[in-house]
Ligand binder design. Structure first.
Ligand SMILES: C[S@@+](CC[C@H](N)C(=O)[O-])C[C@H]1O[C@@H](n2cnc3c(N)ncnc32)[C@H](O)[C@@H]1O
Length: 195
């Protein structure tokens, strides 16, 4: 159901309204989420490729763009063709990668859509190498985003972003070390390192 929802949204995704400072914030998120020297990155729920330009600017890492909606991924491919990018259509609950495959896992604007969120996060933590960094980012605080999803209704009506301290606690219970947990109007970022 959610896959259908995002496939239908794909052709309009890049035209949807965004805050005027979104490009700077996306660049900031990407810069914080890619550790120096990272060589393998997983961009989860990559959509049409909002992070692609910034990933290209920040590092020379090999990046896997992962999304369950094939129409999102098709648009993404047009932005990120070339040997530094691979495109995988699949659910983050069952990422088709060996444990420890990535130095950084980026979840930008996607966590509330995971089903179920806890198990999906566990699967993504497993994708990290020891010392690898998981980053969860949004351009809204959790209360605003949850109200927004409720107002949209349909497939995403109940998709919930936990307050940053709650997500930080969940990630700690998975054995990661939380290195950043911040949330205010127009910004949300939780980062955790796999031990
Ligand atoms: C709100 S959009 C964000 C897209 C992109 N990150 C952006 O900020 O423009 C969420 C994206 O995540 C994808 N998605 C949602 N749940 C997913 C899951 N469990 N596994 C993989 N992709 C998922 C959707 O298909 C959609 O493209």
């Amino acid at each position: 159901m959610k896959r259908t929802y995002f496939n239908e949204l794909a052709p309009r995704w890049d035209e949807l309204p965004a805050p005027p400072d979104a490009p700077e914030k996306v660049a900031h998120f990407t810069a914080l989420a890619v550790p120096p020297g990272a060589s393998r990155i997983l961009d989860v729920g990559c959509g049409t490729g909002i992070l692609v330009e910034h990933l290209g600017r920040n590092c020379a890492a090999f990046t896997v763009e992962l999304d369950m909606a094939e129409r999102m991924l098709a648009l993404n491919r047009a932005r990120s063709n070339g040997p530094r990018f691979a495109h995988v259509c699949g659910d983050a609950l069952h990422p088709p990668f060996a444990p420890g495959s990535f130095d950084a896992v980026l979840c930008f604007n996607v966590l509330p859509h995971f089903e179920p969120p806890e198990r999906t996060l566990c699967s993504l933590v497993e994708c990290l190498c020891p010392g690898g960094l998981l980053s969860v980012g949004h351009l809204m605080d959790s209360a605003a985003l949850n109200a927004f999803h409720a107002s949209l209704g349909g497939a995403v009506a109940n998709d919930r972003l936990p307050p940053a301290p709650e997500l930080a606690g969940l990630l700690e219970s998975m054995g990661t070390e939380v290195i950043r947990s911040e949330e205010w109007e127009g910004w949300y970022l939780v980062q955790a390192r796999r031990s």
